[in-house]
Ligand binder design. Structure first.
Ligand code: GTP
Ligand code: MG
Length: 423
């Protein structure tokens, strides 16, 4: 059942539905991506079915006849898993379960959740994934789903008077959900304290489609040692490192979980604490795989997730990574036309990283302001404190003290002004 999906060594067939103005090519691209997801989860794809639909059938998503046909085909191919590219409603999942006992029928969200569960390592990621997973399965519980009692064990797992097993299961899940939410708000509080400490620093966040090369950029630019793999969702946690520029200015760079088309809503919501770094950044680097045919789709997906996070109005810069794989002149021209401000790099081959850093520096300076401050010679300590985290553009020694011209974040300058009562 849903709870127990562990997609390893399963043989799967994929189902894609073409609706509205979608072209068969786009459908195929979506199924190719679904194949990658299935492989990442450990399944082998042995067949695919596509169906053109004018209207979604509430019982089976596709028509009843087609549903039986898909199940029949899966049986014939000896598949034990059917994966829909579209989200199935709880009722549709249950209907399929009634249609076949030996074959699991899941949707794209369940598959993504399975990958996240396998890749989660830190306490935070595990908590977030479990929360999203339980929220996903709560409305999908069926009466066949009775392992929970044993798994959760202990007091309160027995059915009370008049309570059916499924009611017990629901109660257990709800309790667990509220426990996980409490754990997450505790983790979130720690993050708030951390981010307060970093308030005056310029924060840059790497955001992008999964496998675009965010972690490779992180490692190349900051010398970090983040896990890089040619697979989807290699990264589920946020890593932050300080990056120093040649002129002494510096910023904090964060690498985080990647996005994908139709990322389950519960996942985005429960990964809020991991994605906090994105929401609080001064600059978002939108990392795109320049060699991907789906680059436009990827860009749209990123924009819509950023919108969901309420981070779409933040300053952003497009980074066209994997430019080493783009050999055709026409393709380069196309990229330049569509992303005129995009910075082309190859993180893996260390190409044009300097150019990326220079662009970040220019943007930082725009977000920065300058202030002139005068200190008497007795105020040496106060002056040193004021200088912290700021760039000293000029230092003029006069008879009655030192005049500094400082450049730094507007926040920091406002703070200095309020401390010294200047305006
Ligand atoms: N050819 C080429 N490959 C690259 C480049 N940058 C990264 N890669 C490869 O792309 C794959 C994914 O890289 P990651 O850095 O793990 O990508 P990510 O965006 O962090 O992916 P997730 O954490 O899984 O979302 C790896 O196999 C990298 O070696 C590049 O500039 N050129
Ligand atoms: Mg990564």
């Amino acid at each position: 059942m849903e709870r127990d999906i562990d997609i390893r060594n399963e043989k799967a067939i994929l189902v894609g539905v073409v609706t509205g103005g979608m072209t068969p090519e786009t459908m195929q691209e979506h199924l190719d991506e679904l194949t990658l997801l299935a492989n990442t989860a450990g399944a082998e794809v042995i067949g695919q079915v596509t169906q053109r639909l004018a209207k979604i059938n509430p019982a089976f998503y596709v028509g009843k006849g087609k549903a039986s046909q898909i199940v029949g085909q899966a049986e014939e191919l000896r598949a034990n898993l059917i994966i829909f590219d579209e989200d199935l409603s709880p009722a549709q999942t249950k209907n399929y379960q009634n249609l076949t006992e030996n074959i699991k029928v899941i949707d794209r969200s369940a598959l993504i959740l399975d990958i996240f569960r396998k890749h989660a390592k830190s306490k935070e990621a595990k908590t977030q994934v479990e929360l999203a997973h339980l929220q996903y399965i709560l409305p999908r519980l069926t009466r066949m789903w009775t392992h929970l009692e044993r798994q959760m064990g202990g007091i309160g797992t027995r059915a009370g008077a008049g309570e059916t097993q499924i009611e017990v299961d629901r109660r257990l899940i709800r309790n667990r959900i509220s426990g996980l939410k409490k754990d997450l708000s505790r983790i979130e509080k720690e993050r708030v304290t951390q981010s307060k400490r970093r308030k005056n620093e310029f924060k840059v966040a790497l955001v992008g489609y999964t496998n675009a090369g965010k972690s490779t950029i992180m490692n190349t630019v900051s010398g970090a040692n983040v896990y890089i793999e040619d697979q989807l969702f290699a990264t589920l946690d946020t890593t932050t490192r300080a990056v120093k520029l040649k002129n002494g200015l510096g910023f904090l760079l964060s690498d985080t979980v990647g996005f994908i088309r139709k990322l389950p809503h519960h996942l985005v919501a429960s990964f809020r604490s991991t994605l906090r770094e994105v929401v609080e950044s001064n600059l978002i680097l939108i990392v795109l795989d320049a060699s991907s045919e789906q680059i436009t789709d990827h860009y749209k997906t990123i924009q819509s997730v950023l919108k969901e996070l309420k981070a779409h109005k933040l300053r952003s810069l497009v980074v066209l990574n994997k430019i080493d794989l783009v050999n055709e002149n026409n393709r380069l021209k196309y990229l330049k036309r569509v992303y005129p401000d995009g910075v082309m790099i190859s993180a893996k081959n260390h190409l044009r990283i300097d150019h990326l850093l220079e662009t970040i520096e220019t943007i930082m300076k725009e977000a920065y302001s300058t202030i002139e401050m005068h200190f008497t010679y007795e105020q040496g300590q106060v002056m040193a404190q004021t200088e912290q985290g700021m760039e000293v553009l000029e230092r003029h020694y006069g008879e009655d003290g030192v005049t500094l011209t400082l450049r730094g974040s507007i926040d920091r300058i406002e703070k200095i002004k309020s401390i010294f009562g200047v305006d």
